[in-house]
Design a protein around this ligand. Structure first.
Ligand SMILES: Nc1nc2c(c(=O)[nH]1)N[C@H]1C(S)=C(S)[C@@H](COP(=O)(O)OP(=O)(O)OC[C@H]3O[C@@H](n4cnc5c(=O)[nH]c(N)nc54)[C@H](O)[C@@H]3O)O[C@H]1N2
Ligand SMILES: Nc1nc2c(c(=O)[nH]1)N[C@H]1C(S)=C(S)[C@@H](COP(=O)(O)OP(=O)(O)OC[C@H]3O[C@@H](n4cnc5c(=O)[nH]c(N)nc54)[C@H](O)[C@@H]3O)O[C@H]1N2
Ligand code: SF4
Ligand SMILES: [Mo]
Length: 899
């Protein structure tokens, strides 16, 4: 890979919706380094662990480097002509709705704009949906119902100005770490600031909370309806605001009263104590500056839209919107979830915040695009789209920047549907993904570091993604690939783009097109000021929140400050919410609620974070969080394996992790592990495809399952410095993770068939000069071996009859050594360091590679009592700060243990 320019460039982190500014560069040795951009308003120089490790993910291993058809390398021309030819044939024969795009909040705005334009204005179908359907489509629908337009009213700055922050369904400490740290700092600076965390389980986010409300899963609408009712009873209404700026209040109050008439009723329905509920309600009632943050615990629900509106209702009732330090704030997940919303990338939107089902809007967009046709009815939303593929109604699908075989609910069915589908095209930057495996055509896309364009973060700031690396292999920008297909389908004159800037200008011009104050024409999404941006200005574009117009050329921090909304009467709407239970309740057979979500250092399906040793060190194995009392009931032990079975007749096998922070009756599974990294950990296969009737967002936080111990006859691990992709099909359970200088494989199985000594050599490969040191005890299925090539350690394999194998941390540290000493060789097969060496334990601080045992030792020997002292002593926690909640946890449990 070559560096495109010297010195560092300003770009934006490709992970979460905080959209942190990054300064990135590559040195002459090809080493990519990143640091936080001190001038960027989202992060002011800070980066979390994922942002800090970006350099480790910018290399070429595992990349898709050239187009392929059915596994054979082809030229771009062949690939693109095949796609346009097959699309055109299918459309001619079966109509425009027989083809579809399934895109992603990880595309840049320009990519997204072109994909949406091609499908809705030229192919003439609205069958373009996106993984944002699984992510924040409920928040979109809730905002739209309340404000008439999908607008996030707040600014990150409001977190500093608030006196109460209510987080619900958000594990910001791990998922929006820079915002979480902003909240922690705001608390230090403002002792009046209180934080409430609403989540069925305690998470790292709880560490900043004054009150943790571990409510019964799925009951948030009751809690917020109860709050509305309470505010009404206390007469905390902002009468001026409700009278002049809102409609529908009576219905909402009535519905709130009926469903949540008293604190006692709320406490009972949500399984909370009356004291906790009343403390929360009191704080909300008595604090003017309140920000309510909501995320997937709200959105990923079969009543997610209503839950969003139950939250917004409380802000409308108190008029706490459009002013500093207040508002209902959906934290978006993906780096460009918001850009996708602006271009209308969902199957039920048009473009530039216009509606598919509004004939005036369709006419306006068609005139602007000068297009032969325009979709005028909603297309298929993600779950329905894959259902239509399964039924053969959609015959060709082009998947861009998403991995639905892992991330969709009922994921095995999605896989089967794609296998049957006539034509599956996948544009990705990575060669091997579970979705790429079922594709007919693979298209190599540029990714972070290489592509150019814009993204919009959670608080509407548009910022630039800039390239500093040249295109690897034959990879192309996503917009370029789509444009080429549009040309070949006969639409060349309508897609005259030579650069991302060309597309951005058109996107900005559409936002301004007939966007005036006349009723039915005004849209808040307006970046008219950027429609004539020159290439040079685009190159240096700073970062601004939309709307960006002649009146507000520097952008607009907060929306609705004048109390005007985008509804026909200009008023915000209260929505009457009647809470509904999740679609599935537990049964005798499936007696546990399945909650799913994220871990700190992995990103979704791990295609990028899974190649980073630093990020893989934090949690290297898929796990299930179980309350110890439940675990005892089901015969599970901590760190043993368990099988989790769901009603779709699929199961996963993962490691048990005791957690008293997990309420009884629920378990939590992380979403990240998939077929590339483990045998059976794809949680999508356990989640039925039940959706919210308005948004179509799946209920990914509430499956039903049962759990049982998985007792293998043998257990083992391999640490290997050269085997990147061992075929472990013989093991019922396997998982792989990357470390610095090695790959780690954990395994278990039923049949102790192999003669391990011979089998290991076959599996790992050996040459005549290799030296093996081995220990084999056939009577109890124990085999331990280390393979050396010269003085270099190549492989370690340990097999035993049960899970009681030595800790891996010291063995792992040997892979960082050029030479293994005699005493180390002698100790190796015991798995324990020689007397003069120490074991650092599991990595806690990914930035400085500091282990738990090292931290505990320093705490005890030096009497450390604060994370700051740990930082001074070991550096842990002093860079990105993502491990600070864990450092606090270690300090707390150590105090507890030594008390
Ligand atoms: N490290 C990391 N960060 C990420 C991502 C990642 O993959 N890894 N992905 C990004 C993306 S795309 C997204 S969408 C965001 C998601 O960010 P978050 O929404 O914060 O993350 P999740 O872990 O999906 O879920 C949040 C919490 O919802 C809780 N929850 C479950 N059921 C309920 C309920 O009934 N009520 C309430 N109140 N809470 C409930 C879960 O216990 C969980 O702790 O993260 C973004 N940031
Ligand atoms: N059970 C359960 N399921 C869930 C969730 C949950 O909480 N629980 N969360 C849902 C949510 S919120 C989300 S956002 C989804 C995420 O799920 P996915 O979108 O399926 O996950 P990613 O791994 O982010 O997939 C992105 C793909 O794009 C590729 N890529 C990266 N950069 C580029 C690029 O520039 N161009 C192209 N063409 N490709 C690129 C990556 O290699 C990767 O294969 O999962 C959803 N599924
Ligand atoms: S919080 Fe972390 S992952 Fe999110 S944008 Fe910032 S550095 Fe990237
Ligand atoms: Mo997401």
């Amino acid at each position: 890979m070559n560096v495109l320019q010297t010195g560092s460039i300003k770009t934006t982190c490709p992970y979460c919706g905080v959209g942190c500014g990054v300064l990135a560069s590559m040195d002459e040795q090809g080493v990519v380094s990143v640091k936080g951009d001190p001038d960027h308003p989202a992060n002011y120089g800070r980066l979390c662990s994922k942002g800090t490790a970006l350099g480790e993910t910018a290399y070429l291993q595992d990349r898709l480097l050239y187009p392929e058809i059915k596994g054979e390398q082809v030229s771009w021309d062949q690939a693109l002509s095949t796609i346009s030819g097959r699309f055109s044939e299918i459309i001619d024969e079966h109509g425009a709705d027989a083809v579809a795009f399934y895109v992603s909040g990880q595309l840049l705005t320009e990519d997204y704009y072109v994909a949406n334009k091609l499908m809705k204005g030229f192919i003439g179908s609205a069958n373009i949906d996106t993984n944002s359907r699984l992510c924040m489509s409920s928040a979109v629908a809730a905002y739209k119902r309340a404000f008439g337009e999908d607008c996030v009213p707040c600014s990150f700055e409001d977190l500093d100005k608030a006196n109460l922050i209510v987080l619900t369904g958000s594990n910001a400490a791990w998922c929006h770490p820079i915002l979480f740290q902003q909240i922690v700092r705001a608390k230090k600076a403002n002792p009046k600031l209180k934080v409430i965390n609403i989540d069925p389980r305690e998470t790292q986010t709880t560490s900043a909370a004054d009150i943790q409300l571990s409510l019964k899963p799925g009951t948030d609408a009751v809690l917020f309806n109860g709050l509305l009712n309470y505010l009404k009873e206390l007469d905390i209404e902002n009468n001026f605001f409700t009278e002049n700026c809102t409609s529908g209040i009576d219905g909402a109050l009535q519905a709130a009263k009926e469903s949540a008439p008293s604190i006692a009723s709320v406490a009972e329905q949500c399984a909370l104590s009356e004291e906790d509920v009343s403390e929360f309600y009191n704080l909300f009632a008595n604090t003017e500056k309140v920000v309510t943050v909501f995320s997937q615990g709200i959105n990923q629900s079969s009543s997610g839209v209503d839950k969003g509106n139950a939250i917004i209702n409380c802000h409308l009732f108190t008029g706490r919107i459009g002013r500093p330090g207040m508002g209902p704030f959906s934290f978006t997940g993906q780096p460009n979830a918001m850009g996708g919303r602006e271009v209308g990338g969902l199957a039920n939107q048009l473009a530039a915040h216009m509606d598919l089902e509004n004939p005036e809007h369709c006419d306006r967009v068609q005139r602007f695009w000068n297009s032969p046709t325009i979709a005028n009815k909603q297309g298929l939303k993600a779950v329905d789209l894959f259902e239509a593929i399964d039924q053969g109604k959609v015959k060709a699908v082009w998947i861009m920047a998403t991995n639905p075989v892992v991330s969709m609910p009922d994921a095995e069915k999605v896989k089967a549907a794609l296998k049957k589908c006539e034509l599956v095209i996948v544009s990705d930057c990575v060669r091997e993904t579970d979705t790429a495996k079922v594709a007919d055509i693979l298209l190599p896309a540029l990714t972070w570091g290489e592509n150019d364009g814009t993204v919009t973060n959670s608080d509407r700031h548009i910022s630039r993604r800039r390239s500093f690396l040249t295109a690897p292999g034959q990879a192309k920008a996503d917009w370029d690939i789509i444009t080429e297909v549009a040309h070949r389908m006969g639409f060349a004159e309508h897609f005259p783009y030579a650069s991302a800037a060309d597309i951005f200008r058109e996107h900005a011009a559409l936002s301004a097109f007939e966007n005036d104050d006349k009723a039915n024409a005004h849209r808040f999404f307006n970046i008219s000021e950027l429609q004539n941006i020159t290439n040079q200005e685009y190159e240096t574009f700073p970062i601004k929140p939309w709307p960006i117009t002649a009146e507000s050329p520097a952008g607009t921090k907060r929306l609705f400050s004048n109390g005007k909304f985008n509804t026909p009467d200009g008023k915000a709407r209260f929505i009457s919410v009647t809470p509904r239970a999740p679609a599935f309740s537990t049964t005798k057979e499936f007696d546990l609620v399945l909650n799913t979500g994220r871990v700190r250092d992995h990103w979704h399906t791990m295609t990028r974070t899974g190649v980073s040793p630093r990020l893989s060190a934090h949690i290297h194995e898929p796990f299930v969080e179980v309350n110890p009392l439940d675990a005892a009931q089901y015969g599970l032990t901590d760190r043993s394996l368990a099988r989790i079975n769901g009603p779709l007749e699929k199961s996963v096998i993962v490691r048990v992790q005791y957690s008293d922070k997990q309420q009884r009756g629920s378990i939590f599974l992380p979403i990240h592990w998939n077929g590339q990294f483990s045998s059976r950990a794809n949680v999508g296969a356990l989640i039925p495809s039940v959706v919210d009737p308005i948004s179509g967002q799946p209920e990914s936080k509430h499956g039903i399952v049962n759990i049982e111990p998985y007792v293998g006859n043998w257990h083992g691990f391999i640490l290997s410095n050269n085997s990147t992709n061992l075929d472990l099909g013989f093991a019922k359970y396997w998982v792989k993770s990357r470390g610095r200088g090695f790959w780690r494989y954990e395994m278990a199985g039923y049949h102790c068939g192999p003669n391990w000594a011979a089998f290991s050599k076959e599996l790992l490969g050996t040459i005549s000069e290799d030296e093996w040191i081995e220990y084999f005890d056939k009577s109890n299925h124990t085999y331990r071996a280390a393979q050396f090539r010269g003085s270099k350690l190549i492989n370690i394999i340990f097999i035993g009859p049960n899970e009681k194998l030595p800790p891996r941390d010291w063995l792992i540290s040997l892979f960082q050594k050029e030479e293994i000493s005699i005493s180390e060789r002698m100790s190796l097969l015991s798995g324990k360091p020689p007397a003069d060496q120490e074991d650092a334990g599991k990595t806690v601080c990914a930035c400085f590679n500091v282990g738990e045992k090292t931290i505990l030792k320093a705490i005890n020997e030096k009497g450390l009592t604060t994370p700051e002292q740990i930082g001074e002593c070991l550096q842990a926690g002093t860079n990105c700060g993502s491990c600070l909640p864990e450092l606090r946890g270690i300090l707390a449990s150590n105090t507890f243990a030594s008390a």
